[in-house]
Design a protein around this ligand. Structure first.
Ligand SMILES: C[S@@+](CC[C@H](N)C(=O)[O-])C[C@H]1O[C@@H](n2cnc3c(N)ncnc32)[C@H](O)[C@@H]1O
Length: 465
C-alpha cells in the first residue's frame, strides 16, 4: 500500500484498512504463526455463538480493540468506556466513535457507571492509570471492601465484584512498568494490593513487563501486561493442572510466555526467584507489604510472575526473539509528504541542539539557590536503524524539546514526526486519530499502547480460552 499524505483522505471506509505496509507484514506474520486469519474488522458488532465478548475500559482511542480485532473476528467489543477528566473536548471518545461507531460507547466517568449497565462479557481489558492503590480504611458493607475514591483500579475491581457470577472470566490489563515497584517506600505494595484483590475475587494472575521493541515492534515501549483468568475458566483449569510447576508456567506454558518467548535472565541463577504469600486484609497489605529499612530496597515482585490464591512466584526474565525488527526508519513517510510546519528552521535548531545535548551547568532555583545541574545527551537526530524511543504525551507541538523525536531527512533537514508516524509506532492504522488536532493526536498516541502486543496475546487467548 502506498503511503498517503496524512491529511489527504476523509473517506472513512478507506481509512479503516490503511495499515502501514511494514506493520501489515508484521501482523500477517503473527497471524501465520498462530494460523489465524488476520483482518481488522470494523463492521457493526453482532455477537454469534463462539464469539468472545469484550468490554474495553479506559479505552482511549481503542488500542486494545485494534489488537483483539486484528487477531480475530471472533473478538467482539460489545461495550467500551472512555472519558478524559482534564479536557472539555473529548478527543479520544470522538476518535473512538468515528472509527468504531457510537453503538456500545460510553463517554462517562467510569466511577459513575453502574456495573449492571455494562453488558456481560467474557473478557475485560483496559490500560488503567497508575495511581496510589492504598486502602486507608475498610468500609465493610454488604459488598465487601472498598478502596480510595478516584483511584481507577477500584473501579475495575468494583465492576468485577458487582457483576458477581457474571463477571468476565478473563482480564487483560496494561500499566506502566513502575507499577511493580511503587511506591518508593514500600516497593511492590501497589501491585500486591492488585494481586490480593484479584485473588479474593477468584482470579489467577500472570504478568510481564514487555518492551515492544524486544519483539520486533517499532517502538521501545515498556509496559506491564496483566492477564487474569478466573479459577472456573478453561485457562484457570489448565493452570490447575500445571500448578506444581509455577516457574514453567511463567517461562513457557502461560499465556504471556506462549505469546512472548522469554528465558530467565541468568540461566541457572535463581537468586531473583521470589516466592511469597500476600497475607492479611487489604488494609494490612497497605500498611505492611514491602516495608524495608533499607534505602534502594528491591521490589519482591520481578518483571514476570504468577499469582494463585495469594501465593506469588516471580522471576526476572529477558526476551527471546529471533524475528526481524521494525525500525523508526521503516515507518517514516517520504519527505515530500511532510507538511512544512514539521520541519525545524535553522534558527530554531540551536535550541533543539541545546536541549538534546549533554549538560553540566549551574542553575538557580526560584528561591535564588544555586545548584549543579547535569544530564546526558539524547540521540540527535533519532536513529533510523533502531526502534524509536518511547512516545510521550508531550510529543506534539512545534516548541523545542529534549524528548520529542527529531529525524534527519534525505535532503539534510531536521523534522519532527507527523501524527501518522506516531500512529505507526504504536502499530495503529494510518490516520486513526485524524479527528483531533496534531498536538492532541500526539497526546493520544503518548497514552496509547503498541497494538501488536495485544494482538499477539489475543492469538494465544483465542487458542486456549
Ligand atoms: C493509559 S490511557 C489508555 C489508552 C488506550 N489503551 C489507548 O489505546 O488509547 C487511559 C485512559 O483512561 C481515560 N480515563 C481517565 N480517567 C477516566 C475515568 N474516570 N473514566 C473513564 N476513562 C478515564 C483517559 O482519558 C485515557 O484515555
Amino acid at each position: 500500500m502506498t503511503p498517503q499524505k496524512y491529511t489527504d483522505t476523509n473517506d472513512k471506509e478507506e481509512l479503516k484498512c490503511i495499515l502501514c505496509e511494514k506493520i501489515a507484514e508484521y501482523s500477517k506474520a503473527l497471524a501465520d504463526r498462530h494460523q489465524q486469519l488476520s483482518l481488522f474488522e470494523t463492521a457493526p458488532v453482532e455477537v454469534y455463538n463462539g464469539d468472545i465478548r469484550v468490554v474495553e475500559l479506559f479505552a482511549g482511542v481503542g488500542g486494545f480493540r485494534i489488537g483483539f480485532e486484528r487477531a480475530s473476528k471472533r473478538f467482539k467489543t460489545v461495550w467500551n468506556n472512555q472519558w478524559e477528566p482534564s479536557t472539555k473536548r473529548q478527543d479520544a471518545s470522538i476518535v473512538y466513535q468515528h472509527r468504531f461507531g457510537p453503538e456500545g460507547h460510553s463517554n462517562e466517568d467510569i466511577s459513575t457507571v453502574n456495573a449492571e449497565d455494562i453488558p456481560d462479557s467474557d473478557l475485560l481489558c483496559g490500560g488503567f492509570p497508575c495511581q496510589d492503590y492504598s486502602v486507608a480504611t475498610t468500609l465493610i458493607n454488604s459488598k465487601g471492601i472498598e478502596g480510595k475514591k478516584g483511584v481507577l483500579w477500584w473501579e475495575i475491581h468494583r465492576i468485577l465484584r458487582d457483576k458477581g457470577e457474571k463477571a468476565p472470566k478473563y482480564l487483560l490489563l496494561e500499566n506502566v512498568d513502575r507499577l511493580l515497584s511503587s511506591p518508593a517506600k514500600q516497593r511492590g505494595r501497589d501491585f500486591a494490593i492488585i494481586l490480593a484483590s484479584l485473588s479474593d475475587l477468584g482470579y489467577y494472575v500472570e504478568w510481564r513487563v514487555i518492551n515492544a521493541a524486544d519483539y520486533g515492534m517499532p517502538q521501545r515501549r515498556k509496559r506491564t501486561y496483566i492477564v487474569a483468568y478466573h479459577k472456573t475458566s478453561r485457562i484457570g483449569q489448565q493452570f490447575e493442572r500445571a500448578r506444581k510447576s509455577p516457574f514453567e508456567w511463567i517461562l513457557n506454558k502461560g499465556i504471556i510466555s506462549s505469546a512472548f518467548q522469554c528465558s530467565e535472565k541468568e540461566a541457572g541463577y535463581n537468586s531473583d526467584h521470589s516466592n511469597f504469600t500476600i497475607e492479611g486484609s487489604l488494609v494490612e497489605v497497605t500498611n505492611n507489604f514491602g516495608k524495608s529499612e533499607k534505602k534502594n530496597a528491591k521490589s519482591a515482585v520481578c518483571n514476570a510472575g504468577l499469582m494463585a490464591d495469594r501465593q506469588v512466584w516471580s522471576t526476572t526474565v529477558k526476551a527471546e526473539y529471533e524475528g526481524e525488527g521494525l525500525t523508526l526508519g521503516d515507518i517514516l513517510l517520504p519527505e515530500e509528504l511532510i507538511p512544512e510546519e514539521f520541519f525545524i528552521s535553522p534558527k530554531e535548531l540551536e535550541k533543539w541542539v541545546y536541549l538534546k545535548g549533554h549538560k553540566s551547568e549551574k542553575r538557580i532555583t526560584k528561591e535564588g539557590y544555586e545548584y549543579n545541574y547535569s544530564e546526558g545527551a539524547m540521540a540527535f537526530p533519532d536513529y533510523l536503524d533502531r526502534p524509536s524511543r518511547t512516545i510521550i504525551t508531550g510529543e506534539g507541538g512545534q516548541s523545542a524539546s529534549r524528548f520529542k523525536h527529531v529525524v534527519l531527512t534525505p535532503s539534510g533537514r531536521y523534522r519532527r514526526l507527523v501524527p501518522v508516524e506516531l500512529e505507526r509506532l504504536n502499530m495503529f492504522p494510518d490516520n486513526h486519530t485524524q479527528e483531533a488536532t496534531d498536538t492532541r493526536r500526539a497526546f493520544l498516541m503518548g497514552n496509547a499502547l503498541v497494538t501488536g502486543i495485544v494482538e499477539n496475546i489475543a492469538h494465544v487467548l483465542l487458542d486456549r480460552m
